[in-house]
Design a protein around this ligand. Structure first.
Ligand code: SAH
Length: 232
């Protein structure tokens, strides 16, 4: 006897199967956003949507696939780390990115923070000082299809003059002081977020705002980032 499955049912089964195969990590990402980010009080819609969209598991080393959505930073090689999801979301939300904005990131690392920003804004410029990380991130970002991210191998202390001014600047390595070239390249009315303090000690996450030519800074919270290094 032949068992007949109605065509419509078959289509639904095939559709669900494709969806689940498309991104087996979707559920984990949803849990990450709910429990690690929303539960901590972050409510910026664009940030939450971006955190739900960007496949974080594609930004961590293969051996850490199972930990990609953990509530902590993870090693990405060369002594560097991909930041904890909440910190990425927090830094994104605080600069209030909008479509049309031009954003500069210093410290590409895995490329994850750049990808989150690129989901929200039109153009992201990111600079990485370690060649191996720069190369991996460049390949990864183009393979996933982030065509609105430009990446450069350089010392981010000097910013990216030819694309300045930027609507926002996100620095993801802890600097001993706020690099003056970055302040210069911030648009009037723009915001920069940067961890400031000694390497491997508790640092302050600072919000730098420029208004009518004046720069003000405020201390947001204590954080621990890898050091901002300088090219020789
Ligand atoms: N934003 C990254 C986190 C990377 S950790 C992510 O989402 O994965 C910080 C990164 O800053 C490291 O990759 C480190 O090599 C880089 N870095 C440190 N000093 C730098 C500098 N002067 N210019 C550019 N990148 C720098």
């Amino acid at each position: 006897m032949k068992i007949k499955i109605p065509f419509i049912l078959l289509s639904i089964i095939l559709f669900l199967n494709t969806v689940s195969q498309e991104d087996p990590y979707k559920k984990e990402r949803e849990k990450m956003v709910r429990y690690q980010i929303e539960n901590r009080g972050l409510s910026n819609k664009a940030t939450l949507t971006a955190m739900r969209d960007v496949p974080r598991h594609l930004f961590v080393p293969k051996y850490l696939l199972g930990n990609a959505y953990d509530d902590r930073p993870l090693p990405i090689g060369h002594g560097q780390t991909i930041s904890q999801p909440y910190i990425v979301a927090y830094m994104t939300a605080i600069i209030e990115p909008e479509p049309g904005d031009k954003i500069l990131e210093i410290g590409t690392g895995s490329g994850y923070q750049a990808a989150v920003l690129a989901k929200i804004t039109d153009s992201v410029y990111t600079i990485e000082i370690i060649k191996g990380l720069y190369e991996t991130a460049k390949t990864r970002l183009s393979e996933i299809g982030y065509s609105n991210i430009q990446i450069k191998y350089a010392d981010g202390y000097y910013g990216w003059e030819e694309h300045a001014p930027f609507d926002a600047i996100v620095v993801t390595a802890a600097a001993e002081h706020i690099p003056p070239p970055l302040i210069n390249q911030l648009r009037d009315g723009g915001k920069m977020i940067i961890p400031v303090g000694s390497p491997f000690k508790v640092q302050s996450l600072m919000l730098v705002q420029k208004k009518d030519g004046k720069t003000t800074t405020s201390n947001l919270m204590h954080v621990r980032f890898v050091p901002f290094t300088r090219s020789k």
